[in-house]
Design a protein around this ligand. Structure first.
Ligand code: ZN
Length: 313
């Protein structure tokens, strides 16, 4: 895949949503008891499919029937820095917004930590959170359900996509979806993170709308008839749960894949060579090993995760 894949849909003009409960954050109250439900887009600034869905719901004037509905465009500064000549750069401004959630007690010195301080009270208020992401590589969608049983159970209730990934996140820092009660087994709070597909594929917008619609109806804040009729897509016949066991990082950015791998491809035999990192063979540790979001098909910086390995459970 080239460095600049085609952009298959129009990016929304979000400046009309600047004025809200906080910049680019909108809180819709039903006035009736019920859960506080939050949908976030642009946690990574170039992951625009979710922003299309949130923009459309705000434009349609969607209101919750019970509880509270919160919409946020998280890393809006990164989004507004988009340059079609270097489209991957607008993922962030100073650092990854989705790795700062374990150190918000420290002084905010970056665009992302300052923005996280603004977003945080809304995240803390939310009982249920859907964070809309997409992928650098052209992989099939997946739901990152976090490490807990409650996340997997919630992902099954949503009913799509096929792959539910149980994972503990990243050594580089806590994700928003694991923050506070979302990461506590005993808390009723719950969060999901959808990876809709490649950032700029039209199909990623379809997935973002489908999952957002399913999530909102599942939470009970709206009814299916409140949402655009064409958002909901057919459910896959089954879902499967993949538990991430290993993260393979490239030491010095010299990983060479044995071949091109597809997202969530299953490698039947333990010991299969996935590639070489500085001439050292990287092999599958067990039979039926799932390659979660392989980014092994392109050059990577030192230390970056090439692929995560998972077991079907
Ligand atoms: Zn992302």
């Amino acid at each position: 895949m080239t460095d600049t894949p085609p952009i298959e849909y129009a990016f929304p003009d979000l400046r009309r949503w600047e004025k809200g409960a906080a910049p680019y954050i909108h809180v819709l109250e039903s006035g009736k008891p019920g859960p506080t439900v939050m949908v976030t887009a642009l946690t990574h600034g170039n992951e625009v499919s979710g922003a299309v869905a949130v923009d459309a719901l705000l434009a349609a004037g969607l209101r919750p029937r019970q509880g509270t509905l919160i919409f946020s465009f998280n890393n809006i500064d990164a989004y507004h820095s988009f340059d079609p000549k270097t489209p991957f750069k607008s993922r962030m401004v100073d650092e990854d917004f989705n790795r700062v959630w374990g150190r918000l007690d420290q002084p905010a010195t970056t665009v992302e930590t300052r923005r996280a301080e603004i977003v945080r009270p809304f995240v803390e208020r939310a009982d249920l959170l859907l964070d809309l992401h997409s992928m650098h590589d052209d992989c099939v969608p997946l739901m990152l359900a976090g490490p807990l049983d409650k996340g997997t159970a919630f992902a099954k209730k949503i009913g799509t996509p096929i792959d539910i990934i149980r994972d503990a996140g990243h050594a580089a820092g806590m994700r928003m979806r694991d923050y506070g009660g979302f990461g506590e087994p005993a808390s009723p709070k719950n969060a999901l993170l959808i990876e809709t597909g490649q950032h700029w594929r039209a199909s990623s917008v379809t997935v973002a709308k489908d999952v957002t619609a399913r999530f909102l109806v599942e939470t009970g804040v709206v009814e299916a008839a409140d949402l655009p009729a064409d958002w909901r897509q057919p459910s896959p016949p089954t879902q499967r749960v993949v538990e991430v066991t290993h993260a393979i990082a490239t030491q010095r950015g010299n990983f060479v894949a044995a071949r091109r791998f597809e997202g969530q491809e299953v490698i039947a035999k333990a010991g299969t060579v996935l590639g070489h990192d500085d001439d050292e063979a990287v092999t599958t540790p067990y039979d039926n090993c799932v390659l979660v979001m392989p980014s092994s098909n392109r050059p990577l910086r030192p230390g970056v995760t090439v692929v995560r390995l998972g077991r079907l459970i």
